[in-house]
Design a protein around this ligand. Structure first.
Ligand code: GLN
Length: 485
């Protein structure tokens, strides 16, 4: 098989060729290790070699031999795990995250650990302590975040597929910016054990893939109840490869009021084109209201930092990675945290600590929790009326490096469509809806289309996404050579 075919093959196609004997797992691994070794996107923070890629591997699993890139937020035994933070410099976990373990039991070698925003806090991958990751469509632009590396390596031909995490949009937004598929499952579908915690009530693991079928295959392997994570429940009956061709009888709700200002013209145009495709396939478009979703970003930036401030208190120079001073206990804590955390992480720890302080707890944290409940109810009501809720994944296409770094609030607004879904805990996918010019002109970049479904309706979500994907016929091959030097 020619290299160019292997490069363009989906995970499912590669798995099938290995099963039929057309390709050997060895040659597939060698091909991808070579590609990953030529990374010019700063997509990988650590790369496997032939031996380390095979560590922990099962024999002859369903996805045998198809290598997987893994966000550096998943603990991997014997392999450095940093969450892109200096404070975890030198940390080598003694155990492997359940999701990674399951992927390996299914036969997937680990290709490497991917770049990300520090502790998954960000929307551009620029908060990585190890330098920004670049977008393979245009290396002057960000790949999105926080799973920017996981999206860039898949889109840029440095991995067939990858794992990411999504707290407020970190799988869907970078998938949208890089022209690939990103799925955030229902909260609880996949174990969080071994996933370095950011905001535990929101964090979810999920796949970033070339197409919807691959997302289904990976989800099926990853999902399930895990006794190491009491919030995990799995998806009853598992997940099958989707095969729907039509959308007859399905209703798609559009929360028009949420889609006010700030959406680029090109993004809106691709969104409207996709609604037309849905109608052509027999689906019905309905206007819906999510009356409280406009408050989602404000609530999220109280709740997520509050949870982060407690989750990150464990990094004190005693137990993990960096120890910046030995003078006395207090200065060890202080200097380690001062040197070890980047500015965005410090901002969130301060925000969260303040929001949880006794005098302000109810005014901030308590109120944000009440807003979250309203948003949950908004989605429950919406899903009483429609099968799916659809929006653009992000209001813009991938922006330029440095464009939003000086203004956290503008950066936070890039998650305006993804965060409400995270607060509601329901599943959502981003699929490529075509290309569009950024406002102000420039070459065309991918636009993501987001579809959300009721809790644990992943199979239905994947069927609808698959039908739509076939109708859209997006071709991401232009970026495949963008990742290698
Ligand atoms: N961009 C959002 C944030 O900075 C979401 C990040 C995420 O989903 N991990 O918190």
């Amino acid at each position: 098989m020619a290299d160019i075919e292997l490069l363009a093959a989906s995970g499912a196609e590669t798995a099938a060729k290995i099963k039929s004997g057309e390709l050997s797992a060895d040659e597939v691994l060698a091909f991808w290790l070579d590609r990953a070794g030529r990374d010019r996107l700063n997509g990988y923070l650590w790369q496997a070699d032939r031996d380390s890629a095979r560590q922990g591997l099962g024999e002859g699993g369903p996805l045998d031999g198809v290598p997987l890139a893994i966000k550096d937020i998943f603990c991997t035994e014997g392999v450095p795990t940093t969450a892109a933070s200096r404070i975890l410099g030198g940390y080598v976990p003694p155990y492997t995250a359940t999701s990674v373990r399951k992927a390996m039991a299914a036969g997937m070698p680990m290709l490497g650990k991917t770049n990300m925003d520090e502790f998954a806090m960000g929307s551009s991958n620029e908060n990585s302590a190890f330098g920004a990751c670049l977008n393979p469509w245009d290396t002057e632009r960000v790949p999105g975040g926080s799973s920017g590396g996981s999206a860039a390596v898949v889109a840029g031909g440095l991995a067939p597929w990858s794992l990411g995490t999504d707290t407020g949009g970190s799988i869907r937004q970078p998938a949208g910016f890089c022209g690939i598929v990103g799925l955030k499952p229902t909260y609880g579908a996949i174990s969080r054990f071994g996933m370095i915690a950011f905001a535990s009530s929101l964090d979810q693991c999920g796949p970033l893939t070339r197409n919807v079928t691959d997302a289904a295959l990976l989800l099926n392997v990853l999902q399930g109840r895990d006794e190491m994570d009491s919030t995990s429940v799995g998806i009853e009956g598992g997940i099958k490869a989707p095969d729907a061709e039509r959308l007859d009888g399905m209703t798609f709700g559009v929360p028009r009021a949420l889609m006010g200002e700030g959406i680029e013209a090109g993004v809106l145009a691709r969104f409207e084109d996709t609604l037309i495709r849905i109608a052509e396939l027999g689906g019905e478009i309905v206007d819906i209201e999510l009356p409280h979703a406009g408050h989602a970003i404000s609530a999220y930036y109280v709740l997520a930092p509050a949870e982060a401030s407690t989750n990150l208190s464990r990094y004190d120079g005693v137990r993990y990675g960096l120890r910046a001073s030995n003078e006395d206990l207090l200065s060890m804590y202080e200097v380690t945290r001062e040197d070890g955390f980047g500015p965005e992480v410090k901002r969130r720890i301060m925000l969260g600590t303040y929001a949880l302080s006794s005098g302000y707890y109810d005014a901030y944290y308590g109120r944000a929790q009440r807003v979250r409940t309203r948003i949950v109810e908004d989605f429950e009501k919406a899903f009483g009326e429609v099968d799916f809720v659809v929006t653009p994944t992000s209001p813009t296409v991938a922006f330029k490096l440095g464009e939003k770094t000086s203004d956290p609030w503008t950066m936070y607004l890039s998650d305006v469509f993804t965060v409400p879904i995270s607060l509601a805990g329901v599943p959502a996918i981003s699929i490529p809806a075509g290309l569009a010019e950024p406002d102000g002109g420039g070459s065309e970049l991918p636009v993501g289309f987001q579809i959300a479904a009721p809790a644990f309706a992943e199979q239905k979500l994947l069927e609808a996404s698959y039908a739509l994907e076939q109708a859209i016929g997006f071709d991401g091959s232009a970026a495949l050579e963008g990742g290698v030097s």
